[in-house]
Design a protein around this ligand. Sequence first.
Ligand SMILES: N[C@@H](CCC[C@H](N)C(=O)O)C(=O)O
Length: 297
Amino acid sequence: MTEREHGAFSSGPFAKGHGTGNDFVLVADVDGSAPLTPERVRALADRRFGIGGDGVIRAVPSGRAGDDALDAAAHGAAATVWAMDYWNADGSVSEMCGNGVRVFVRYLLEQRLAELPDGGSIDIATRAGVKRVVRRGALLSADLGGFELGRDSLVAADGLDVARPGLAVSTGNPHIVVALASEDELRDLDLQRAPALDPVPADGANVEFVVPGVIADGVGSIRMRVHERGVGETLSCGTGAVAAAMATRHWSGDAADRWIIDVPGGRLEVELDERGHAWLTGPAEIVFRGETLSPVP
Ligand SMILES: N[C@@H](CCC[C@H](N)C(=O)O)C(=O)O
């Protein structure tokens, strides 16, 4: 019997949103009574039999999330904050999603579950800790906190002549950043198959391929494509943009603290503040609302 015949959906409202084309199905669970399951996530994220998305996000009060990692009190914040329960399209959970946290806040505002005046901030519990999101006009900025540079590995991908060195970067979730020599190389990559990593990271990794551009007036530029853990190639990855900026900054000898990252779905900005926190700024939109029907939409 297939997952669809099992009835992985239950009826209820949802919204669909995206940040630079990285798209998510969003559901609210105000009393913590509707936890997600891998089957439900895969059904909702299915682009042919479901709604479709790179991920599924449940909005739940942090104290009711039913997951210690999403308990804001454990991170020293108020237990009343909203928690972003983020799942990849394949039914796996991730610690963090940089585009997702902005789209999540936009969803809370549209659903009137939170208020955020221009310049104001809101704290969101994630599995990578509590993140602060600030409204800047039409854009949202998220303080994704510190990052860690890790070890080099070898990355092979379809379209590349030989395996290339990749630098591990943790932004709460795992990334490997690979510098390419030209925009032609970036364009000719075929990311339908996951890149092969050596050594293979225990928890997998998101892999960003970047072409660093010029650094002018303290601002660097990067073109990026990404293969996401648990999804495949996506049009954008916010934590991936942070990883790409911090790896490129490292390779440049810390030449700039502000980076513009162009991805297939648009443009993101990453800025490192004086505390060593990486801020991710970009658009976040809700594009439609609907209702799932049981057992299939
Ligand atoms: N697209 C996201 C990252 C989503 C999670 C990732 N696939 C993982 O498994 O870590 C972003 O915008 O950061």
